[in-house]
Design a protein around this ligand. Sequence first.
Ligand code: ADP
Ligand code: MG
Length: 319
Amino acid sequence: MPKEKKEEFTFTDLPGIGTTTASKLEDAGCSDLMSIAVMNPADLSTLADISETIARKAINAARKMLKLEFEDATQYLKKRKEVLKISTGSINFNNLLGGGIETRAITEAFGAFGSGKSQLAHQLAVNVQLPVERGGANAKVVWIDSEGTFRPERIQQIAEGLGLDFQKTLKNIFVARAFNSDHQILLVDKVKDLIKRGEPIKLVIVDSITSHFRAEFTGRGQLADRQQRINKHLHNLMRLAESSNIAIYITNQVMSDPAQMFGDPTKAIGGHIIGHASTYRIYLRKGKKDARVAKMIDSPNLPDSECVFFITEQGIVDE
Ligand code: ADP
Ligand code: MG
């Protein structure tokens, strides 16, 4: 397994920034070094109550730590080569995805109840454990469950279908039930702790990403706040994906709001925010009999197209 270690810096790693100034920055809504790196010295000086000279030094240091200079494109190619692709179990579906669910990316599946979003999550949780030649990453998985739909019995069926030891397979899945949106956000930080402990995690599942936010932020007046918090949550996940070469798989419901009757019935909750933050978006729907149809939407490097797969007792297959 490729060993990766990328340092995570905090405010106090910056010259001239102590714990008091750091907490002022947090109170002012700065969440990470990036928010400092993109500021101008005058603004940071006012915000953190420090001199402009110190502010300038801190900003420059943040820019260095985040490596905000240009890289030549070969560096990009090198990063792309480290990307692992986790098999869905279906060749057609893998082809649609350009090989499988990618590391260093967020893949979002959205669709109606029963369309197969959680089934795909179960399959990926097993497949990521396979050796690379079999479409895995020889790794472990974190499952953040906000809907209570993780089923060990289902893992058993899929694992045994692949000839894997069920108990061993279960041991490689770290599951946490997220009780509310704050808890869900916190759990992403806990993933970083697992990685620091040396757990070889290559997949993080959030099933579903939106349900708590949707239940908690109900009023019209809360919409902006909700979107902002989802946005921050997604960026946190993306940083995790990039810093540790991890695949993020998130699920999202579609709206079944009567007010949306004349709108697009395939509209995902969270709208633009999630759409912009996801690298790949797949729309899932039921087809004829047990068939499922997956449609790739707005990929940065793949054509928008569809494929058919099936959900069976042994998991996801082509036919
Ligand atoms: P959602 O998109 O709401 O998360 P799911 O991924 O939970 O939907 O899909 C549920 C569907 O998956 C069921 O309606 C059924 O068609 C199929 N399914 C679940 N378990 C099995 C199984 N053991 N064998 C065959 N099909 C299954
Ligand atoms: Mg589900």
